[in-house]
Design a protein around this ligand. Structure first.
Ligand code: CP
Length: 306
C-alpha cells in the first residue's frame, strides 16, 4: 500500500494506516543501518534538495545520511550562503531550484506554513523538517518508533509532553500522531506555556511534574527554546528547573521507572539534569539513530510514489 499523500506536511489528519506504514517501513531500514554496508540502491536517479532556513544538527544530518543511504543525489541549501542574502525572494529561490529538476524538497523554516506554501509553487514532493512553532512530523514519527521499539506498543500507553507546549512543533506533531495511534497523551508545564483549549486535541493537562511522572509511562521532555523568547514565560530559568526540571532525585522520589525522551538539543541543567540525560531511563541517542531510519522510510515511500 502506498502513502495516501505525496507530501509530508504534518501529522494533523494523517491516517493511522499511513503512520503504521511509515513505522513498519522504518523497521526495515533500521535493519539496513545495522549492516556492514548501510546502503541500498532504492532512490538511485532521484534528486533531493535540503532547504534549511533555520539551524539544525540532528534533522539536517539525518536527512542527508538517509538520502545517501538510499543512493539518492542530494544537494544542501543554506540560506546564509545563498542569493537570498542578495534580496532574491523565497518563491523565486524555490522556482529556480525546481528548474534544476528535483524530485523532493526537505524544508525547515521559521515561518509556520512554509511547506504548505511550497506545495503551491513547485511540483516536487515536500517534506516538512520543522516549520516555526507548527509541526515537526519526522521528529514525532521517530519518537513514536522509539517508544514502540522500547515498550512494544503505542496503543494504550500514557505519554506526557513536558515543557513549552505552546511554542513546540515537536509537541504538536506528537499529539496528533500519538492520539491517532491510540496512546493517551497529556501535557505538563507552566500554565503560561500551555495553550488554551488544548484539551480539544484530546489531551489532558497536568501542572504538577510529580503527578506527570506518577501518571505516565513516558515523558517526552521538550527543550526550553531560549531563542524563541521562552524566558518571558517564567520568572527565571532556575525557577523553571526547580518546578519542571527532570532530575534523578525527582525520579527516585516518585519511585518510577519511566522512559525519558528528548528531541534535542538539550539544555543540560534546565529541562533535564545531566545525570538523567545520560542515565539508564533515557533513550535520547536511540531516538537519533532511529531518526535516520524514519527519514529513509519517508524518502522511500514518497520517492517511489513519484
Ligand atoms: N530535534 C531536532 O529537530 O534537532 P535539530 O534542531 O538539531 O534538527
Amino acid at each position: 500500500m502506498p502513502l495516501t499523500n505525496r507530501h509530508l506536511l504534518g501529522l494533523q489528519g494523517i491516517s493511522k494506516e499511513d503512520i503504521q506504514l511509515i513505522l513498519d517501513t522504518t523497521k526495515t531500514f533500521r535493519e539496513v543501518l545495522e549492516r556492514p554496508i548501510k546502503k541500498v540502491p532504492t532512490l538511485q536517479g532521484k534528486t533531493v534538495v535540503n532547504l534549511f532556513f533555520e539551524n539544525s544538527t540532528r534533522t539536517r544530518i539525518s536527512f542527508e545520511l538517509a538520502e545517501r543511504r538510499l543512493s539518492a543525489d542530494s544537494v544542501n541549501f543554506s540560506a546564509s550562503a545563498s542569493s537570498v542574502t542578495k534580496g532574491e525572494t523565497f518563491k523565486d529561490t524555490i522556482r529556480n531550484i525546481e528548474a534544476m529538476k528535483v524530485d523532493m524538497v526537505v524544508v525547515r523554516h521559521s515561518a509556520a506554513g512554509t511547506p504548505q506554501f511550497l506545495t503551491r509553487v513547485c511540483d516536487a514532493s515536500i517534506i516538512n523538517a520543522g516549520d516555526g512553532i507548527h509541526e515537526h512530523p519526522t521528529q514525532a514519527l521517530l519518537d513514536m518508533y522509539s517508544i514502540k521499539e522500547k515498550l512494544g506498543k503505542l496503543e494504550g500507553l500514557k505519554v506526557c509532553m513536558v515543557g513549552d507546549i505552546a511554542h513546540s512543533r515537536v509537541a504538536l506533531s506528537n499529539i496528533y500522531g500519538l492520539t491517532t495511534m491510540g496512546a493517551k497523551v497529556s501535557v505538563c508545564g507552566p500554565s503560561t506555556m500551555i495553550p488554551r483549549y488544548i484539551e480539544e486535541l484530546g489531551v489532558d493537562v497536568i501542572y504538577d511534574i510529580d503527578e506527570a511522572i506518577q501518571e505516565n509511562d513516558v515523558l517526552n521532555v521538550l527543550r526550553i527554546q531560549l531563542e524563541r523568547k521562552a524566558r518571558e514565560y517564567f520568572p527565571s530559568i532556575r525557577e523553571y528547573s526547580k518546578y519542571f526540571g527532570i532530575t534523578e532525585e525527582r525520579l527516585e522520589k516518585n519511585g518510577k521507572d519511566i522512559l525519558i525522551m528528548h528531541p534535542g538539543p538539550i539544555n543540560r541543567g534546565v529541562e533535564l539534569s545531566s545525570s538523567v540525560a545520560d542515565g539508564l531511563n533515557q533513550i535520547i541517542l536511540q531516538q537519533v539513530t532511529n531518526g535516520v531510519a524514519v527519514r529513509m522510510a519517508i524518502l522511500y515511500l514518497l520517492g517511489t510514489l513519484n
